[in-house]
Design a protein. Structure first.
Length: 77
């Protein structure tokens, strides 16, 4: 999944995606270790998707804090 697609999602949707991707990663890890799944590339892609989701969640959290601080500064003046 591309970062542009991830950024369009809401925080709730991102949390759901994160949970499902972690489950997929867990299943892939077990399948790869038991030789049922041979393509390790799938595991790497899921891992990168999780990293993208976590990055966007962090960006949204920081952005909301910045907006809150800016509102407080405007109200104080």
């Amino acid at each position: 999944m591309k970062v542009k697609e991830v950024r369009k999602k809401t925080e709730g949707e991102l949390q759901k995606m994160l949970k499902s991707q972690r489950e997929v990663m867990r299943d892939l890890r077990f399948k790869i270790s038991s030789k049922q799944h041979k393509d390790v590339r799938d595991y790497r892609e899921v891992k990168q998707t999780i990293a993208r989701i976590l990055t966007v969640l962090k960006e949204k959290k920081v952005l909301s804090k910045i907006k809150a601080v800016n509102k407080k500064d405007i109200n104080l003046k």
